[in-house]
Design a protein around this ligand. Structure first.
Ligand code: CO
Length: 168
């Protein structure tokens, strides 16, 4: 099953912490391949495994920065350093049609494992840094709406619920 179903808020997988990956086997490789395909099919720039109801610390990101291969596959990623702060517009495949201004660090250093289980380091700024923070939050059960002030969060969730009920 290459393209997986993306779960929408308030699905419980979105607010559950993903488990550390310990097996770097064919199942993991299939998961990574499926997640990239699912992300591209949905025109997204990032997807966390929680969003397809798989509670493993796996995320894929492609913000189309310069370079031949811009698909990042990150297993067990952790932000080990960050600096700066800026507000920017964010959306999420699990919140269709909701876009909000979120404050994020402008630079991050991430330690993770690749699909073979080899430790890797990624240093990023700009939109890639924002995407990394958004996706790593997902793996910890944190949503971009959780990064808003409580008033803005309430307003955003009300707006989202209204737009979802119109689609039914
Ligand atoms: Co998201």
């Amino acid at each position: 099953m290459p393209i997986r179903d993306i779960v929408l808020y308030p699905h419980p997988a979105l607010t559950t912490e993903a488990a550390t990956v310990t097996e770097f086997d064919d199942d993991l490789h299939q998961l990574l391949d499926d997640m990239a395909m699912t992300m591209y099919a949905a025109n997204g720039v990032g997807l966390a495994a929680n969003q397809i109801d798989v509670l493993q610390a796996v995320t894929v990101i492609d913000v189309g920065e310069e370079g031949a291969n811009t698909l990042h596959e990150l297993v067990n990623p952790v932000i080990t350093d960050s600096s700066g702060a800026a507000r920017g517009q964010e959306g999420c495949l699990s919140f269709p049609e909701l876009y909000e201004q979120v404050e994020r660090a402008t630079k991050v250093r991430v330690e993770y494992m690749d699909r073979s289980g080899e430790p890797q380091v990624l240093e990023a700024e700009g939109f890639l840094a924002v995407a990394l923070q958004h996706e790593i939050d997902h793996l910890n059960g944190i949503l971009f709406t959780d990064r808003l002030s409580s008033l803005k969060r309430r307003m955003a969730l009300r707006k989202y619920k209204k737009s979802q009920s119109k689609q039914v």
